[in-house]
Each structure stands twice: as C-alpha cells, then as structure tokens.
Write a protein that binds this ligand. Structure first.
Ligand code: WTA
Length: 616
C-alpha cells in the first residue's frame, strides 16, 4: 500500500497554481498533519473557474425555496462565478482580508453558498453557524474565533416558521463589540434594526460593486495548509470546539469521496438535504459537488411542510438522481405512512445515501423499498466534522450494502478497533472503540486557538491513532457497523450535542442545584435528551418548572438542544469522590431498572431507588 502515491495521483486532477513538493508529513503525537506541502491553489478556482469553459451554462446550484409557490432559482456555473466574484469584492470593500474570520449565520439560500465561496476566494476563513443556535452560542463562537465580520439575513423561513436571524445576531453582538461589520441579506423582510457604522445591506453593497463596473476578483493564492474554514462541533466538555480544515487536503478528499461514494456521473442532480451549517452541507452540498462540476440542489425548507411529501415532490420536480439524507428524516417520514408517496414517481433516483447517525434496519428497508423501489443502492456513510469527508461507506453499486452497516473503509483509510487499554482488537466478529491509524487528506488539523485541545481530544487516548469517539462492531466479513458514541456526546436527530453543554445550560437556571444529562433511545430522533435535575425553585408546579428549564436551554444553546424529559430528583448517584455515576442514570433513562451493576461504591445507594420510582 502506498497512500502517498495514491493521493498524489488523485491530487493531480485539480488545478494548482503551483504543484506540491511533498505529498505528506505527519505525526499523531503533536499532532502535525500536512498534505500536499508547498502546493499553491484556491479551492474556488477548482469549484468554479476551471469549469467555465466546458460547463459554464450548466446549472451549478438549483435552489428550491421553502414555499413551493415561490419561484425556484437556478444558477449556472457562470452565474455562480459572477456572484461569488461580486460578493468577494463586497467583502474586500468592507475590509475583510486573507486570514480574517467571517461568521455566517444565514438560512438555506443560494447567497449562503455564495458567501462561503466568496470567503474562500479571498482567503478569509468562514465559520458557518447553524440557524438553530441561540445568541449565546453565537457569541461564544464569535469570541472563540475572534470573528470581526458577520453575514446574516433579516430572517429565515423554515416550514411555517420565520426565524428572526438578524435579531438573534443583535443579541449576540451585545457581548461582541469587536465585530466591525454585519452584512444583512434581505430574505423575509422581517423588521430589523440596522446599527449605524456597523450594519450594511447585502443588496446595497452589491450595487456599489456594480457601480464600480463589476471588477474581477482574482482568487487569492493559498498555501495547501492555509485554513479554509472553522466549524464548531460539540465534544465531551462544555465548550464547543472549532474544527479547522485546510485548503488542499479538504478539497481533494471531499471531491474524491463525492465522486466515488455516490458514483457521480456527469449530469447527475445531487440532493443533499443537510443544512450548510453542518459539515455534511459544507462537504456534500458545496465543495464536493461543485469541485466535481455537478449540479447541487439546495433546499430551504423542511421535509414535512407543507406536507410530508415535500422531499418526494422535490425529487420529481428536478429529476433528482442522488438523494442523501439523515436516518432521522427517514424515520419521521415513515411515520406518515405511504400516503405522501401517492402520485410520486421517484423514477429519476439512482442512488440513496444516509449520514449522521446509525440507521436501524426497519428504516433502511423502508427507504430501500418505498423510495429506492429496490433498485437504488443505499450508501450508509460514516464520518464526522473532524474527518471532513466520508471515511467508511459502501460505494454505490460497486461494493455491496448491508443494512445498518457502513461496511468498508474508503481506499486509503485504515480503521482499527481498540479495547479500553488501547490494545488493538484484531480478527472479525469483534467490538471496540473505533480509531484510524493513518491520516487521510481532510483529517482535522487543529482546534482553533487551542492545539493542545485537539491533541488531548483526538490523539491522546490511544497512541499514534486518531480516536473517533465512536463504538464499532466488525462482522465476520470485516464490515464495520457504528454502534454510537462512547463519550458523553449525544446524537439527537443527527445533531451532535454534548451532555456537559446541556448540563451547563440547565444549571444556569436559578432554581437548579445540579443536573445530569444522558441520552435514551428515541424512535424518531435516534437519541432523546433525558435530564435528571435537583431543583429548589420557587413555584411548586413541576410542569412550569420544566418549561422554564427548557426555555433556559433554548436561550443558552438553542432550540436544537431542548430536553425531551426532565425528571426532578432528590439527589444524584455519586461515588464517594463526588463523581456522578452516569452509567446508572443511562440505564434508568433507557428503562433498564434491574441489573444496574455495582451500586455499593455509591455515597447514598438509596437515592437510586428514589430515581427509579420517579422515572418518566
Ligand atoms: C455519527 C456528521 C452511524 C457518529 C457527518 C459520528 C454515524 C457523529 C454515521 C459525527 C453513520 C455519522 N452511522 N453513525 N453513517 N455518520 N455518525 O460531526 O457518532 O455531525 O461520530 O458529522 O455522527 O457527527 P458530525
């Protein structure tokens, strides 16, 4: 095996201002990983400029609005290029320079993709924040990244809701006086307050560039290892981590995995239903498809509005060939039965994909039979924000699928199972913690502003390996099946949420003495959030107290982290040294009230019975 030779050949298919001198240098001790060393490039030249000759008139982005009555939009590669250049000039006019951090808090509109690419064009580092995060979460991220520029919308549509994005940004910026400029795109015409000297309208800024005669904006020449973006994700501690990806490795790997996992063929319409606020949207709505010259579909709405047939309607409307979605969406749509599928053809579909969480067999078969009509391979793609692209998956129609298995690693990827002591578990039909032995081009480079955190989080648990945080089973034939997180991270509807983050938020409520949060199996969300709370609040109505706590979590983190269950308890099961025994709480939340294991080391074993009695 020769990974360097392999990736060097693949990288040769891109447009480089200067070819690299050396493919790879690495050690997992520091950690230090560098790919395509000495190479010079700009990812937007690979996503846009190089396609203009042959694909200029081809649709790059098809945008389906939230409201099916509103007109959709199509941007050809030429049009997208023009708009990216225009907005790149807007950024420059507003003082943004190479290396500056730009925070994007927008809905799923084409301008979000345009803003992402415009940042990359001038070498600014984008940090997209999902629209479901609160002002406090945004402020935390802005401070961590020291981002002086924000791009947002007046509001966003999601189903029958209107989210006042600019107003949330205004709340966040009360704490972030270092933000110099906020560029606001008009979408919903939600009333906003524009602060003099700080806030400007997207449309006005575009007009200024037009008055200047729409000058070109040559792409900034970047080093292979210059940062491309920061994306925050939850870990087992309270504070989200800014995962850093760099220009060349990320480009090569997302393109490679896009083309191979989905077996992309020129002309395919690719519909990834994720939000660009998550890594899936970065890699498989924006960079992967565009670097391959594909047509990517960007959908503003949600699967269940105006009704639960919306995905299928969109598939038929644009003759979608590849549909890539999350198991939670499949399970939720399954719940509506076959009614919403009436009259839908779905005959354009060739490949289906899933991502973000384990898919249960029932959902897999429903997807296969009712959506793929038994003739579309399903790829179950396992990967993470930190991995940048798909690491373990079957390849559509090339390698076999197995329901609920991600199956085999992508070429060049070397998974290892280890036990708690770090000893490798060899052979088949075994379970362990999933690690990766050798770097791939889009491996996390650092956590922004805190390299030591990157080391301790991912590279210190097991020597010379990247630790994923996932548990995994390897079957008789060597297929991998991801069984879920082994750290204190929840996966709620495919969204990563740290239990410590939720606990910190709950503990902010004045009436809360202490709390412990664990996950439990949830039919649709995959995992639900179960909170054990010691409460000494004023009013006696338990439900009101629950609502107040839920409201607090929504305020501190965002609506995506709202607890599913809140149980008030007299105490928490603690060891004599004061450590909460989460294992016990997890079992109770799961409904497994017998066999709680050894409780003799607890400070107060009686509290366990109380908690069991009060289980929701
Ligand atoms: C989980 C999303 C099972 C896993 C791309 C991982 C999966 C976490 C799968 C990363 C899959 C992702 N099967 N579990 N196919 N894909 N996961 O960073 O626990 O939002 O560690 O990246 O999602 O979530 P993240």
């Amino acid at each position: 095996m020769d990974p360097e030779g392999f990736w060097g050949d693949i990288a040769g298919h891109f447009y480089w201002r200067k070819r690299w001198d050396k493919v790879l240098e690495w050690n997992f001790r520091d950690p230090k990983v560098e790919w395509f060393i000495g190479g010079r490039l700009n990812i937007t030249e690979n996503c846009l400029d190089r396609h203009l000759g042959s694909l200029g008139n081809k649709p790059a982005i098809i945008w389906e609005p939230n409201d099916p009555e509103e007109h959709h939009r199509v941007l050809t590669y030429r049009e997208l290029h023009t708009k990216v250049v225009q907005f790149a000039n807007v950024l420059k006019n507003n003082g943004v320079q190479k290396g500056d951090r730009v925070c994007l808090y927008m809905g799923m509109v084409p301008e979000l993709a345009i803003a992402v690419l415009a940042c990359a064009r001038i070498g600014a580092i984008h940090s997209v924040i999902f629209g479901g995060f609160s002002a406090q979460s945004i402020a935390d991220r802005l401070m961590d990244a020291q981002a002086e520029y924000v791009i947002t919308c007046d509001g966003a549509y999601r189903g029958n809701k209107e989210i006042p994005l600019k107003s949330v940004i205004d709340d966040a910026l009360v704490q972030c006086r270092f933000v110099k400029r906020v560029i606001v795109l008009t979408r919903t015409r939600t009333p906003v307050s524009m602060i003099k000297g700080r806030d400007v309208w997207w449309e006005d800024e575009i007009k200024k560039v037009e008055t200047m005669g729409n000058p070109d904006c040559p792409a900034e020449e970047m080093d292979s290892e210059d940062p491309l973006f920061i994306l925050y994700t939850s870990g087992s501690t309270g504070k989200p981590k800014g995962v850093v990806h760099t220009c060349a490795g990320y480009m090569v790997y997302t393109n490679y995995t896009f083309v191979n996992t989905f077996q992309y063929e020129p002309g395919d319409i690719h519909f990834c239903t994720a939000d660009i606020g998550w890594i899936t949207g970065h890699s498989y709505i924006v960079y992967g498809p565009l670097s391959a010259g594909a047509t990517t579909l960007l959908f503003e709405g949600i699967p269940t509005w105006p009704d639960a047939g919306r995905f299928w309607e969109v598939v038929d409307k644009y003759k979608v060939n590849v549909l890539y979605t999350a198991p939670t969406a499949i399970r939720s749509l399954m719940g509506f039965g076959l009614g919403p599928l009436q009259g839908k053809q779905l005959s354009s579909l060739k490949v289906l994909g899933t991502v973000g969480e384990p898919i249960n067999e029932e959902a897999w078969h429903w997807y296969n039979e009712n959506i793929g009509k038994g003739r579309c391979p399903i790829v179950d793609t396992w990967w993470q924000t930190e991995t940048g692209g798909v690491l373990i998956s079957n390849m559509a129609g090339v390698t076999p699928a197995k329901p609920s298995y991600a199956t085999l690693p992508m070429p060049g990827v070397q998974p290892v199972l280890v036990d708690e002591n770090g000893k490798e578990i060899t052979g088949n039909n075994v379970s362990g913690n999933l690690c990766i032995r050798f770097p791939w081009p889009s491996i996390i480079r650092t956590t922004y502003g805190d390299h030591e955190r990157c080391r301790t989080n991912y590279f210190s648990a097991y020597e010379n390996m990247y630790f994923t945080g996932d548990g995994c089973y390897r079957d008789e034939e060597g297929n991998y099946r991801i069984t879920g997180r082994v750290d204190d991270v929840l996966n709620v509807s495919g969204h990563r949420i740290g239990t410590a983050e939720v606990e910190n938020a709950i503990n902010m409520h004045a009436g809360v003495v202490e709390s412990a949060v664990v996950g439990y199996p949830h039919d649709i969300k995959g995992q639900g959030i179960y909170c054990f709370v010691i409460f000494q609040g004023s009013h006696g109505d338990e439900n009101l107290n629950r609502q107040d706590i839920t409201q607090t979590v929504s305020r501190i983190i965002g609506p995506i982290a709202k607890p599913d269950k809140i149980q008030f308890v007299p105490g928490l099961p603690k060891t004599r040294s004061g450590k909460i025994m989460r294992r016990i709480l997890r079992k109770i939340a799961e409904g497994e009230l017998e066999n709680l294991g050894d409780t003799s080391t607890l400070l107060d074993p009686a509290v366990v019975d109380e908690i069991k009695k009060g289980r929701l």
